[in-house]
Design a protein around this ligand. Structure first.
Ligand code: ADP
Length: 297
């Protein structure tokens, strides 16, 4: 199913696992999501990238049955989300942005509580809890109360909890927000590992590096609209894979080229110092929105 090269899913061979068709969501007069359509294929890590307030969380909330669209259609694993909530919930795991673990309980007890809510039989739940604690590297701390966990440990436990009932799709809202870089990398490793084992992942992020490292495809969301869709490599290629960049009195100026030779020729023709480099995903964001990618954070 996968292209051996860059991990991009072969869309002809894979199944559509998530779909939005012309989805609109109003909160009173605020149009949080403004006519968004896209598909996610089974086996992908798909990222919704955009600044705060863009509408990313609202899209996750609609796909995970927490809120209904004002207009448009949403499908999860082929089920219309609005009318088949029980089936949808069975297929999905959700890692919220806010830690909603029971702080007074241990890691193991938190997982047990979730397993009981899902009515998992005793032998299945005991095995699954043991396996997942090992999977997320929390075996040693399984019997410590969650209030003593670091942020990274809590995030790993939230992931284990979301995976307990073996969902097809895992939704993560800003999975590494507030984590230091080494812990962020551990979470990335974990997500890549579970994806390799077959779980489709949809995550939101405002970290360009996260989208670039982790996601097979990204949808760039700005002011409730999907303004670009593709693999990070495709999006950069569309703009031009090489960038000539120089500093002018009115800020940094960039021009994009298909080949390094073209970018070099441009740099040589300039009478100011011009740096030639590869195009980055944040260049795509800046060009599409006219705003600095720094505003993403
Ligand atoms: P993101 O996840 O990209 O930061 P959100 O989906 O949280 O964006 O928000 C999109 C817009 O919808 C923002 O303008 C936000 O203020 C508004 N919004 C989100 N949730 C609610 C809500 N429950 N009630 C009213 N407005 C909301």
């Amino acid at each position: 199913m996968r292209d051996a090269g860059d991990g991009v899913v072969d869309q002809k061979a894979a199944e559509v696992i998530l779909e939005l068709k012309n989805v609109v969501k109003y909160y009173n007069r605020v149009r949080a999501v403004d006519g968004v359509s896209f598909r996610v294929w089974q086996g992908e890590i798909f990222g919704l990238l955009g600044p705060n307030g863009a509408g990313k969380t609202t899209i996750i909330r609609m796909l995970t049955t927490l809120t209904r669209p004002t207009a448009g259609e949403t499908y999860v694993a082929g089920y219309p989300v609005g009318s088949r909530q029980v089936e949808v919930k069975r297929c999905i795991g959700v890692v919220p942005q806010v830690n909603n673990l029971e702080r007074e309980l241990t890691g193991r007890e938190n997982l047990l509580l979730h397993a009981l809510l899902h009515r998992m039989p005793r032998d299945v739940r005991e095995r699954r809890i043991k396996d997942l604690l090992a999977y997320v590297g929390l075996e040693e701390w399984a019997d410590m109360r969650v209030q003593h966990y670091s942020r990274g440990m809590a995030r790993r436990l939230l992931i284990a909890r979301a995976l307990l009932h073996q969902p097809l799709i895992l939704f993560l809202d800003e999975p590494t927000i507030g984590l230091d870089p080494p812990t962020r990398r551990k979470i990335w490793d974990l997500l890549q590992l579970m994806n390799r084992e077959g779980v489709t992942v949809l995550l939101t992020t405002h970290y360009i590096e996260e989208a670039e490292t982790l996601c097979h495809r990204v949808g760039i969301i700005d002011r409730g609209r999907l303004i670009a869709l593709g693999s990070p490599a495709e999006l950069k290629e569309r703009l031009g894979s090489y960038c000539g960049e120089f500093l002018s009195a009115r800020g940094t100026k960039r021009r994009f080229f298909t080949t390094r030779a073209e970018a070099n020729a441009y740099a040589q023709s300039q009478d100011v110092d011009t740096v030639v480099r590869r195009t980055k995903l944040d260049d795509v964001f800046v060009e599409l929105t006219g705003r600095d990618a720094g505003e993403l954070a």
